[in-house]
Write a protein that binds this ligand. Structure first.
Ligand code: COI
Length: 354
């Protein structure tokens, strides 16, 4: 894959106060874009100034949501370097999503090459203030101007990048999570294990209700029995119950999070009792009542490791660990971010330097 580069004529001003970046509002100077046409494959890889793109009102993605995406970050290290955390996993997962959405596979090495080239060009946009990073959003969408329902024949693969702070306005303070009992996000056989926009669109009604009740996010239960815990809107979920670290197994409706997988690998390395298994909201409530629910936290690229301080299920409000970050959560957060920001040695082989 050869990448043509068209540089911006006058670079935009960078954010002055990196402590106020927020999440996902600001975009760097350039973006990556490549076309796919049936019979021709991926072609015309290019980096161009970040800006609007023109698509037909009939573009298939607008009507039938044939779209997938990824999320990863570039981190600034103390010596001024830049590094990624397991980026190969993102491009492998993009292809898992692609298969389910009948989108053509993107060679992993092309994804990584595009990532490195774009970050290299916009490297001055990687922020350095505590807790900030360059959030990177690769995505593929269907673009045939056609309103019949079928897999498209023309796609775009793009990467855009946004210097960002914490995903939750509360930073590392515990978040409140609302257990959704009315709507469901996904069922086995559906698209819940993929990163496709439709999963997130379907989650908005629940998220709206959570916000109305002053909770940050929704905890989804399984779509059939409505009792097994699946995941939170933008992260996977973990519980520490009587010394056991538990997260729902990947049952076809749960996203295979890279931070989830990394947390499991670290906890196992530390000799903790770790289970990927079915867990019901009832079990969590009973553990809470008997004083055995020690910690709850979410894991995600954007969310990193987020302590959960309150869980609301129906009329029951569970305040976890006195609404304070717990020991396992803190250790995972410190270790993961330590490696990501190059402050701790990478003894897991997870870091890739720019
Ligand atoms: C991520 O953690 O990168 C995600 O994709 C979650 C997102 C919906 C903000």
């Amino acid at each position: 894959m050869e990448i043509r580069i068209e540089k911006i004529a006058s670079p935009k001003a960078k954010p002055e106060d990196e402590s106020k970046l927020g999440f996902g509002h600001i975009f760097t100077d350039h973006m990556f874009i490549m076309d796919y046409d049936a019979g021709k494959g991926w072609h015309d890889a290019r980096i161009v100034p970040f800006g609007d793109i023109s698509i037909s009102p009939a573009s298939m993605v607008l009507h039938y949501a044939q779209e997938i995406f990824e999320g990863l970050k570039a981190y600034r290290t103390p010596d001024g370097g830049i590094q990624f955390f397991r980026p190969i996993e993102n491009f492998k997962r993009l292809n898992v999503s692609a298969e389910r959405l009948v989108i053509p596979q993107l060679p992993v090495e092309d994804g990584l090459k595009a990532l490195h080239a774009l970050v290299e060009l916009d490297k001055d946009w990687v922020p350095s203030a505590e807790g900030t990073s360059l959030y990177i959003r690769p995505f593929i969408f269907a673009d045939d101007p056609y309103i019949g329902v079928r897999p498209a024949e023309h796609y775009y693969f793009m990467i855009i990048m946004s210097p960002s702070g914490a995903y939750y306005a509360s930073g590392l303070d515990p978040v409140g999570i609302y257990v959704e009992t009315n709507y469901v996000r996904s069922v086995k056989g559906g698209t819940g294990f993929t990163k496709t926009g439709g999963n997130y669109a379907a989650s908005l009604a629940g998220q709206d209700e959570a916000h109305r009740q002053n909770y940050s996010q929704v905890l989804w239960l399984d779509g059939i029995e409505r009792k097994y815990i699946e995941e939170v809107g933008s992260m996977n979920i973990f519980f520490v119950i009587d010394g056991e670290v538990v997260t729902p197994e990947l049952r076809g409706s749960v996203l295979s999070g890279i931070t989830r997988k990394s947390s499991l690998e670290l906890c196992r390395k530390w000799g903790m009792k770790v289970s990927e298994r079915a867990i019901t909201i009832q079990e969590v409530a009973e553990a809470y009542d008997s004083g055995k629910l020690e910690e709850v936290f979410g894991t995600g690229t954007a969310a990193v490791i987020s302590p959960v301080g309150r869980l609301k299920w129906g009329d029951k409000i569970m305040e976890i660990n006195g609404n304070k970050i717990g020991a396992v959560t803190q250790r995972l957060y410190d270790t993961m971010t330590g490696m990501q920001y190059g402050k701790l040695p990478d003894d897991m082989g997870w870091i890739e330097k720019l």
